[in-house]
Design a protein. Sequence first.
Length: 269
Amino acid sequence: MPAIMPWVIGNWKMNPETPTAQQQLTQQLIDHIAEHLASGAALVNLNLAVAPTLLHLLTVQQQLQQAKSAVQVIAQDVSRFAGTGAYTGDVSAQLLANAGIGMTLIGHSERRSLYGEDATVLREKLQAAINAGLKVVFCVGETLTEREAGQAEQVVLQQLDEVFDCIDLQHWQQNLMVAYEPVWAIGTGKTASPQDAESMHAAIRAGLKNYHSSLVDLPILYGGSVKPDNAASLAACANINGALVGGASLDADSFIKIARAFSQDRKAG
Ligand code: 13P
């Protein structure tokens, strides 16, 4: 398996509260990265991204670009409807792409549980995103009840299976990443143990390989209470290719510490 360049993505969800706070968080991110570079501890072989609210996607992007930052800006979600039209409240993949946003999350457990997004909706969203040229981080994960019933792996593989055939293999190869986020670990302070996370990631990778051998090197990110103090043990797992970070990404210092854990330069500084 070729080395997979890890991704560390900060999902800011519906935070922070004001435009000023968004700007400060972005600036802190820029400053922390600069400090790391200045100390010779570069963040190498790593993709970094943040997902602000829709309201702030472009201002955060502009601020990062002005600072010549390599941090990418991605959307937290996308409309199931394509193009333009009478879809009050929605933003389509095409509008995101036209505004220079190249990637989106789809299928986050909060979208599934709080907004009732089922496989039909997620298939439409995936198709809309791919047709507009966006890359996608597709999120999967089981609830605590499902885990306790011994169904975790089955549920997660099913979540992949129900969308797999809605886009071409070529797009899976080039434009998809998977994020495993056990629902019981999101925002709870409970992280999956590195062994449990690794075991699920290995199962996801085997499932992808079953679809086609070329999918064996798709990045598979872990999400769910990733913090600076557990990032290194997760990063050490062979099948964990990055992190999707919620709460800890709202603190630039914590986020960069997590990024360091996944950077291949991590032993240098
Ligand atoms: P927390 O890191 O706050 O648990 O959130 C994880 C998540 O949902 C990222 O998408």
